[in-house]
Every structure is written in C-alpha cells, then in structure tokens.
Ligand binder design. Structure first.
Ligand code: SIN
Length: 475
C-alpha cells in the first residue's frame, strides 16, 4: 500500500513529517498511515509539474494518445487490486468498486481517441483583411481537488483529458481516500506517463495547501469536484489569480414519474439513480416527484425494492450498499429524515441509523414528503428516497426547479414527446429520460446553476484543459 506523497515519480514524506490515518468506514478501524503534505510540498509539486509539462506539451498527439491508451489497459490489468483499495478506504460494495475502475479507465481510452483530434479553425475576417487562425494550446499546470465518493473515477475524469491536452497536474486527493489516488499515479508512470507530470499530494491542511498551489506562478487552472459550499470558497480564491476553473458541485436531482410511466422500469431506474455507489453520488435522485395517481403504487414498489438492499461491509458477498463515509454523514442523513417525518412524511421503510461499528444507515423510503421539507432542499448523500406526490404538471416543473442546484434530473413516461418537453424544462445539465444512469465518458458531465461550471467528458471535457489562441495573419 503506497502511503507517501508522490512527487516527480518518487515517494517522499511531507516536509513537516506529519502523518494521518485512513479509516475503513465499515469498521471505523485505521487501515493506513499516510504522509501529510504541507504547502511547501504543494509548491514543490507545482514546480515539478511545470517542468514536466513543458516537455509533454511538445510530444506529438499520437504519442500522447498511445500513452493514454496504455494507461487504460494498465488500470484494467490492475482492476482487482484497485477495486480492493477502493472498498477498503471508501466502503462501497466490491461490484461497484470494480465498476468504478472500468469507468475510470474508460476516461483514458476515450481521451486517447480525443488526443489526436484537438482541432482549431481557420476563417477570414469579414473585411477580407486577414485570416483568423485558431488553435488550442494546453493551459499549463492544473491543480485538481477531488472527492472521496469516487476515489478513482473523479481523478481520471480530470486527469485523462488534462494529459491529452498537454498539461501537467498536481492532485490533492481527499483525506478519506488517498490510497487509490497514490497507487493510480504510480501505475500511470509505469504506463509511460513521464515522471513529474502527475503528482499526488495528500494533506491535512487543505486550505493552506490550496492557497500555496493557487499562488504558484505556473498554475493556470483549478478543477474541483465536491460540494457547492467548498466550490464557492475555491472559486473566490481562484479569482485572486484569475484562474480558469472547472467546478463539478452538488446536486439535488428530481426523479419525475408520470402516471403513464412503466412503473417496473421506473423503479428499476430509481434504484440505480438512488443507490449506485452506496447512494453517495452527486447525480443521485434526491427527490421523487410522482404523479398522485401512481404515487402509492410507486412508493410500495420502491419500498419493496429497497427492502431487498443488503447493507454491510463492501467486501461481503451479496452486499449492495456499503457504509456512509463517516459518522457525521450518518448524523446528517438522520437529521434530514427526522425533520421530514416531523413535517408529516410517513416512513414506508427504514428511517434509522444502524448501530456501529461502522457508519451505516437503513435503506429508507419516505411517503407524502412536504415539498418545503429540508430533505427536499438538501443533498442527502445517503440511501433515503423521499416521495413527493404531484397533480399539476406545471407546478411539478416549478417544484423540480425550486433549487439552486442543477446537476441531474430523471423523467419517466411512456410518452416520448412529453418526456422530451419536460426534460427541456428541467434546469439541469444532465437528464435521464427513462434511464436511471447518465454518467458516461463520452457525454458532457456537468451542472447548471450552482451545480457547477464547465463540463467533464466528451470532447467538451478536453477543451476545458486548453487555451484558445488566435493568430491574425495573411499570405
Ligand atoms: C459524482 O458523484 O460526482 C459523480 C457521479 C458519476 O460520475 O456518476
């Protein structure tokens, strides 16, 4: 298990000599002691990334593409080892962890294909005076701040396009799940990523670490995935140096079920949208808006499906929902459920924290939730499905949009025209229409409103890591 900082292709302790413990959320036990990086370590990593980036930017696109392709196959070859690390530090079920590695690796395969297609354009100025030549150089050094819910995929979704576009990178993984990040960086070096191009510096002092990195003269961009609250703070800091910023922030996805929906398919989609990766995703269905005529039946069917969820240690056979990341997460979920019940919701299933060891919550379905209940306005990040019945379609759309978040939405109906029309009215960057999953390396992932800025994945994702330069010329 790698447990030091990874800078310039070498393992080293933090400048301050401090270490911290990574805990297994299924047991609460410590599983590793990891070196804690200081602001000086962040600066060193930025220096190194700057040097490595200058050479990498000059490497031919085909060669970059082949390195990325080898990163894909290396991650696939190490899928079992990486999946085990994810379960140990995050807790998600082993099958989900394996799925995460396939998803993570795919960002490299997709971007290997995109690396040779970073196209500019050629135009003529309207008065005919000159040509307008547009091209897309890399931004330079990118600082990536990544979350614990996908210890691998939320790194590779940024890293693969950043490398394809010719950048150098410094990653600050979360203190909850640094082990997967460190091992991935080492594997990428083995796959041919030049030493120093990808540096991973865990820390205990995120604020000071980030300040030092943002002030480094070579850093030109920050890419962050995490809460809207932290995103706002990082954006303010990025403003000091006018850094390019891509922000993948919180969600509050409505999952809309019309009375003409195929309810079996809707429940199947709901289980995916709610429960994948232990219900700890930003894309998770957060509010189930169900047409009143089918609300009771949908609620009963969803409760039956949720009752089949097996909660436990992600390494155990048959487990489909692991622990929450820590005790604080369980407390937050429990408070939201309690407030919803006090406001009149009825518990169709679950509704309680599970006694320790570990940090578990019962799969929960709440019926008749009031639209103004706190649970309809906060990101739950846990296995709780609040159901809000609706009658009027316009009022339902208003309710779906009554949030500052706009990451994902889901719509279930057998009427495609109605589904598309409603999808267009939902203020969210990604809509699943009769689909419970939207994540795909080939699709632009990102949010509207306070759910974020910019996109990851697809060809949009690669251009986020590029500058645009135009040359006025003639011949
Ligand atoms: C997230 O929760 O931030 C990402 C979810 C996904 O990629 O599916």
């Amino acid at each position: 298990m790698r447990n030091q900082l990874y800078i310039d292709g070498e393992w080293r302790d933090g400048a301050g000599g401090e270490r911290f413990t990574v805990n297994d959320p299924a047991t609460g036990d410590g599983i590793a002691d990891v070196a804690a990086g200081t602001p000086d370590d962040a600066v060193l990593a930025c220096d190194v990334a700057d040097r490595a980036q200058r050479s990498w930017a000059a490497v031919a696109p085909r060669e970059k593409s082949e390195v990325l392709r080898r990163c894909w196959s290396t991650l696939i070859d190490h899928a079992d080892e990486l999946a085990n690390l994810i379960v140990a530090e995050h807790g998600k079920p082993l099958a989900d962890a394996r799925g995460e590695i396939a998803y993570s690796a795919e960002f490299f395969r997709w971007n290997a294909e995109e690396a040779v297609r970073i196209h500019g354009s050629l135009g003529t100025s309207p008065n005919g005076a000159n040509r307008i030549l547009v091209h897309h150089p890399p931004v330079g050094v990118v600082v990536m701040v990544t979350p614990w819910n996908f210890p691998a995929a939320m790194i590779t979704r940024k890293l693969a396009p950043a490398l394809a576009a010719g950048n150098g990178v410094v990653v600050k993984p979360p203190r909850e799940t640094p082990l997967t990040a460190l091992r991935i960086a080492e594997l990428l070096t083995g796959a041919g990523v030049p030493e120093g191009l990808v540096n991973v510096v865990p820390t205990l002092t995120s604020g000071a670490w980030f300040d030092a990195a943002v002030d480094h003269r070579a850093v030109r961009m920050v890419s962050f995935t995490g809460s809207t609250e932290v995103g706002r703070t990082l954006l303010r800091r990025c403003a000091d140096r006018v850094l390019k910023s891509v922000m993948e922030l919180g969600g509050n996805a409505p999952f809309i079920v019309f009375d003409d929906a195929d309810l079996e398919a809707a429940v199947e989609g709901a289980m995916v949208a709610k429960m994948r990766h232990s219900a700890e995703t930003c894309t998770a269905a957060n509010r189930f808006l169900v047409e009143a005529a089918v609300a009771e039946e949908f609620s009963a069917r969803l409760a039956a499906a949720m009752a089949e969820v097996k909660v436990g240690n992600g390494f155990d056979d048959g487990v489909t929902c692991g622990p929450m990341i820590n005790a604080g997460a369980v407390e937050t979920i429990d408070e939201l459920v309690g407030a919803a019940v006090r406001a009149g919701a009825h518990v169709a299933l679950g509704g309680n924290a599970i006694d320790g060891p570990g940090h578990f919550y019962e799969p929960t379905v709440l019926g008749g939730v009031a639209p103004d209940s706190p649970i309809a306005h906060a990101e739950i990040f846990g296995p709780v499905a609040p159901i809000i019945p609706f009658n009027d379609h316009d009022a339902m759309v208003d309710m779906a949009n009554d949030t500052e978040m706009g990451l994902t939405g889901y719509v279930y109906t057998e009427d495609l025209a109605k589904g598309l029309a409603v999808a267009e009215r939902i203020q969210a960057g990604m809509i699943g229409l009769n689909r419970g999953a939207v994540s795909d390396p080939a699709a632009p992932f990102g949010g509207m409103k306070q759910s974020g800025l910019g996109r990851e994945g697809a060809s949009e994702g690669i251009y986020e890591f590029c500058e645009t330069q135009y040359i006025a010329t003639n011949w």
